[in-house]
Design a protein around this ligand. Sequence first.
Ligand code: PEP
Length: 249
Amino acid sequence: MRRPLIAGNWKMYKLPSEAGDWLTELLASLPRNGRAEVLINVPATHLAAMVRALGDGPVALGGQDLSAHDEGAYTGEISGAMLRDAGASFVIVGHSERRAYHREGDELVNVKLLAARRHGLVPILCVGETEAQRDAGDAEAVVLRQLERGLAGLELSEGTGLVVAYEPVWAIGTGRTATAEDAQQMSATVRNALEGLLPRHADEVRILYGGSMKPANAGELLAQPDIDGGLIGGASLDVTDLVTIVRAA
Ligand code: PEP
């Protein structure tokens, strides 16, 4: 019932001038009528070129962060309305790199998530524990706290308006991946918590796994019952790798 979502995260890689050709190559390589929805989250500067290359092609575009504010004197910020107007339909909130390098806490992540919804963007809420937290036996508590605080005040009229990405911090960009069993277990824990937080919609929310997903491990991860797709950094920069993951979904 949940359509798999394969979501790339380009982080701060590639140039706007490279993005259009890359997307054209992706469109030519994607399976026709594939099962998975494909999304690429790019720097806001890349959206215009990608919208041009996309035409009415079957790929969604997203941002990697948004301002908590709707508009105003906030130099350097990019609002949800700007992303939407530029062609994005999704946006990542609370990525661990923003939590770590920009000190974004759960409260700010929550305000950003609500801002995304206000502007018609589907938020992808990232949650995940550090290695120290996992070693201390706190992984579940950390993830559930991030989930509960990140979703505070959210009202869904339809569950497809939210995506949650479980991304163990120690697996992001490291080449280390959670085992399929551990990733499934945490995703089931998230699903269970969603039943309390968003009654009636928990079954519709897509839960992604993120953390060094690549062609070699995607099949096993994506076969888990509560893993509905992937949030993919490094491997999403390469068309061949990304298409292989899309085919595995
Ligand atoms: C990410 O950027 O969210 C991510 C999971 O990166 P990588 O796939 O490179 O670990």
